[in-house]
Write a protein that binds this ligand. Structure first.
Ligand code: ZN
Ligand code: ZN
Length: 408
C-alpha cells in the first residue's frame, strides 16, 4: 500500500488508515438533518453530529447537482474541472450542448488518482447522468441505481448488483433510487471493503418535501440506518450536500417565476437575447426545469452591460453579474457561461419563456435550487476533525480533505 500523500488538482491528500466514505446527499438543506434529529428519527446522525464534527460549508454556485458533485470528487471549483451546469451554449457550434459527457471534464478526480495509486475505489450514484463523469478514467466499481440492472464487469467493475443489494431497480422518480445507493454502499463495504467510496443520491424527495415533513423525515430515517451500519464497519464518514433547497412559490402555492426570455424579448425584440438554464436535464418532472440561476448571451459586451442594469431592477433578482464578475466570484469557467449571470432570490426561480416550461407535472408547490440562497450545506464527519483554521471558509468540496487529512 502506498503511504505517500496523493496530489490531485494542487491539493495533497493523505492515504487512508481506514475506509473513507463520502456521502453527497442531494438537496440536503441543513434544516432536514436538524428536523429529523428533533423528531427522533435519526439517532445515528444525532450521535455523528455530537461526537464527530458538525460543520457548515458553502457549495458551488450555480447550486446544481453536477457542478457540485464534480467539485467534491476533484476537490476543486468548476473553474478547474469545467463542469458548471447540465447545459451550456456552444458559440462555435451555435447550439445548446449537454455537459454530461466526460470530454468536458478538465481535471482528474481524486477517486481516479487514488485508484491509480492502488486504492480500492467504489462509486454509487442514483442517476446514471452522473456516473460517467464521476467514474471518468477511474479503475474500480462505478454504477448507478437507475441502471443497476445493466451493470457489467467491463463497464462498471462489478456484476449482479441487484443480487448483491437485494432490491429491484427503483423508479427514477422515487425515494428508493437514493435508498438503493445507501443499501449498495453497505453491501459493498461488507463484501469488498473499498478504501474509498463515494455515494451520491438524488433530490427527488427534497424537491417535494420540506424539512420536518413526514416524507422528508422518512428519508432521513432510512439514511440514518445505513450510515450507522457503515460506521459500525469502521469507516470514516463525511456527509455533505451538492446544494440546499428552498420553497420557490407564493403563499397560494403558485411558483414565483421570472420568465427572463419573455422579458428580454419584450424589451429588445425576439432573438436579441438567448437565455440558458443550466438546470435543464432529461429529468425535469419534479422542478419543471426551474431554478434560481440563468445565464444570458448578448450580442456584445456593451449591450450586456446595458442589459445588466435593467435586469437588476426586476423584482426577485439577487445578483446580476457580467461574465467576468461571475467567473471570478463563483470560480466558474468563463468560456462556458453566458455574458450575463442572473441569480434570483431565495423564493424566486428563473425560466426562459412561459411556453417552454411544462408545470403540469408539478404535483406539489415548487421547491428548487440554483442560487446563492441554496449555498449553505452540511459538512459532517463521524470523527472529530483537527487542524481546520477557524477562519477558513469551508466548501462542500473539502469533504475528502476533511476525511483524509483532518479526521484520521
Ligand atoms: Zn442536486
Ligand atoms: Zn434538484
Amino acid at each position: 500500500m502506498n503511504s505517500q500523500p496523493i496530489e490531485v488538482n494542487a491539493r495533497l491528500y493523505r492515504w487512508m488508515e481506514r475506509p473513507v466514505v463520502v456521502v453527497c446527499v442531494d438537496g440536503c438543506e441543513p434544516a432536514y438533518l436538524d428536523a429529523a434529529i428533533d423528531a427522533g428519527v435519526a439517532p445515528y446522525l444525532k450521535r455523528m453530529m455530537q461526537t464527530g464534527a458538525s460543520l457548515l460549508a458553502d457549495c458551488v454556485v450555480p447550486s446544481f447537482t453536477n457542478p457540485n458533485n464534480l467539485s467534491i470528487v476533484t476537490g476543486a471549483p468548476p473553474a478547474v474541472h469545467g463542469i458548471c451546469g447540465n447545459y451550456f451554449f456552444d458559440r462555435e457550434l451555435g447550439q445548446e450542448v449537454m455537459m454530461n459527457d466526460p470530454k468536458y471534464l478538465r481535471a482528474g478526480t481524486l477517486l481516479a488518482a487514488f485508484a491509480d495509486a492502488g486504492a480500492k475505489v467504489a462509486v454509487v450514484t442514483a442517476k446514471d447522468k452522473l456516473r460517467k463523469l464521476l467514474g471518468n478514467d477511474m479503475k474500480g466499481i462505478c454504477f448507478s441505481s437507475e441502471k443497476s440492472d445493466q451493470v457489467t464487469q467491463e463497464e462498471n467493475g462489478i456484476e449482479n448488483v441487484l443480487d448483491l443489494v437485494g432490491m429491484a431497480v427503483p423508479s427514477v422518480y422515487s425515494a428508493e433510487l437514493s435508498e438503493f445507493v445507501f443499501a449498495a454502499g453497505v453491501k459493498l463495504m461488507q463484501t469488498q471493503r473499498p478504501d474509498i467510496m463515494y455515494l451520491s443520491t438524488t433530490d427527488y424527495v427534497q424537491h417535494k418535501a420540506a424539512p420536518g415533513s413526514p416524507a422528508a423525515n422518512a428519508f432521513y430515517a432510512m439514511m440514518d440506518g445505513y450510515l450507522a451500519q457503515l460506521d459500525e464497519m469502521g469507516a470514516t464518514i463525511v456527509l455533505t450536500a451538492d446544494h440546499g433547497m428552498n420553497d420557490k412559490h407564493d403563499s397560494q402555492g403558485k411558483p414565483n417565476v421570472i420568465y427572463l426570455q419573455d422579458v428580454l424579448d419584450e424589451w429588445y425584440g425576439a432573438e436579441a437575447a438567448r437565455v440558458i438554464l443550466p438546470i435543464t436535464d432529461p429529468y425535469v418532472v419534479h422542478h419543471g426545469a426551474l431554478g434560481s440561476f440563468a445565464t444570458v448571451y448578448a450580442p456584445d459586451d456593451a449591450t450586456a452591460a446595458r442589459w445588466i442594469q435593467r435586469i437588476k431592477e426586476l423584482p426577485g433578482m439577487e445578483l446580476v453579474l457580467s461574465r467576468a464578475e461571475a467567473a471570478l466570484r463563483f470560480e466558474l469557467p468563463a468560456d462556458r457561461i453566458g455574458d450575463i449571470v442572473v441569480v434570483s432570490e431565495r423564493n424566486t426561480v428563473i425560466g426562459t419563456s412561459a411556453s417552454r416550461h411544462d408545470l403540469s407535472a408539478l404535483e406539489v408547490p415548487l421547491r428548487s435550487h440554483g442560487g446563492v440562497s441554496e449555498q449553505r450545506v452540511p459538512l459532517i464527519c463521524n470523527r472529530p476533525v483537527a487542524g481546520i483554521a477557524s477562519n477558513r471558509r469551508l466548501r462542500n468540496f473539502d469533504a475528502f480533505d476533511l476525511a483524509l487529512n483532518h479526521a484520521q
